[in-house]
Design a protein around this ligand. Structure first.
Ligand code: ADP
Ligand code: MG
Length: 352
């Protein structure tokens, strides 16, 4: 399929991460558009899609002159994502992450290089966000059971788990490639960082395979790499946190990662109250001060974790952190729906 005379809408459809994808998954936070430009006509958009990482539809689009190579590279990228997912899946008893969890309080577990890598990224974001991003939130996430039991824990139940969520008890030995959770019943959960980490690895693989331009989209995490053929930036829409069909902003970006965390991604309602999956480690309750946070940065693991962490920090502390900008830039929708944008990003944002 050569993209001659394509309308914007066609391109959206080809990219498969526009409104169609949004409807299919109900959770896509942002989506990318390419402009309609004749200079793009000699390029093809080669696309692949797969459902993975807990029912997320992941799309890869390569902008390429070599269709065969792009197809092969996309296949390899999906294989790599599946391999990494098997290492990091909290819900899969056979994953290396689960082996670490089962050995909590007993012994260190030797793991793959990538597991050490993702935990190191996570610990860095824990430091940057002053503990708002916390890998050790497995026990409270299990207690809330957003996917199954949908239980609102009592204050007493929450209190009983506090000692298990201190990230200081995650002991990583990088040299020997081991991880030890020093308290019995601790559980680490890579749900807030794994998707971005895995997509980042897939992007690196695509680039190594000679795919120099494209998009990976995995619900709230979108990786844009390389240049568009016409040299212009990609345009990424940020979803309205309360109106799934609408966008609140569009961002003009090149070669960057956009991660969005929202309270609408996973939640349940009980007695008229909405409880969502982004838990504040201080209270073990859903963090209430934001509706969504979008972080833009260079590395998928960091933007994914930062979006979760900044969400939990809330609009004031979160914006202050993004203003220092060395850890990413971003856009925050606070609990009342007000939008704030970190200064360095302002010129590339259009509010809609
Ligand atoms: P999504 O996976 O829906 O895109 P996030 O990237 O924000 O959203 O990750 C949410 C997941 O992160 C939760 O489902 C849970 O597994 C985990 N999580 C919840 N609260 C925290 C927290 N304070 N720190 C780190 N991870 C968290
Ligand atoms: Mg995240």
């Amino acid at each position: 399929m050569v993209n001659k005379n394509l309308t914007r809408r066609d391109i959206l459809r080809i990219f498969g991460i526009g409104l169609l994808g949004l409807k299919a998954t109900g959770s896509t936070s942002a989506f990318a558009l390419v402009a309609d430009d004749p200079r793009e006509a000699q390029y093809e958009l080669v696309k692949g899609a797969s459902v993975m990482m807990g029912n997320v539809s992941v799309g890869i689009t390569a902008v390429t002159r070599d269709r065969g190579n792009a197809k092969e590279a996309i296949g390899k990228a999906f294989d790599e994502m599946k391999r990494l997912e098997q290492l990091l899946n909290f819900y899969d008893q056979g994953s290396e992450l689960s082996q670490i969890n089962v050995a909590a309080g007993r012994n260190p577990v030797q793991v793959s290089r990538e597991v050490i890598e993702v935990i190191s990224h996570a610990m860095r974001v824990t430091r940057i966000t002053k503990g708002a991003f916390n890998l050790a939130m497995g026990p409270p996430s299990n207690l809330w059971s957003f996917l199954k039991r949908k239980h609102v824990p009592s204050a007493r139940e929450r209190e009983s788990l506090h000692s298990l969520t201190n990230p200081k008890h995650i002991i990583v030995d990088e040299e020997n490639r081991t991880v030890f959770l020093s308290k019995p019943d601790m559980r680490i959960d890579a749900g807030g960082i794994g998707k971005g980490f895995i997509a980042e690895k897939a992007k690196q693989l695509l680039v190594e395979q000679g795919v120099s331009s494209g998009i990976i989209s995995a619900a709230g995490d979108i990786l844009l790499f390389g240049q568009k053929p016409n040299g212009r930036s990609w345009r990424v829409g940020v979803r309205h946190p309360r109106k799934p069909e609408e966008q609140i902003a569009s961002l003009d970006l090149t070669d960057t990662v956009v991660s969005t965390s929202g309270d609408y991604e996973r939640f349940f309602t009980k007695n008229g109250v909405m409880y969502h999956h982004l838990l504040d480690p201080k209270t073990l309750l859903p963090a209430r001060d934001c509706q969504s946070v979008t972080v833009i940065g260079a590395h998928g693991a960091l933007t994914d974790a930062m979006a979760t962490g900044v969400f939990v920090m809330g609009p004031e502390d979160g914006l202050a952190l993004l203003e220092s900008s060395q850890h990413g830039e971003g856009l925050i929708v606070d609990g009342d729906g007000h939008i704030s944008i970190s200064p360095t990003l302002e010129s590339r944002v259009a509010l809609l």
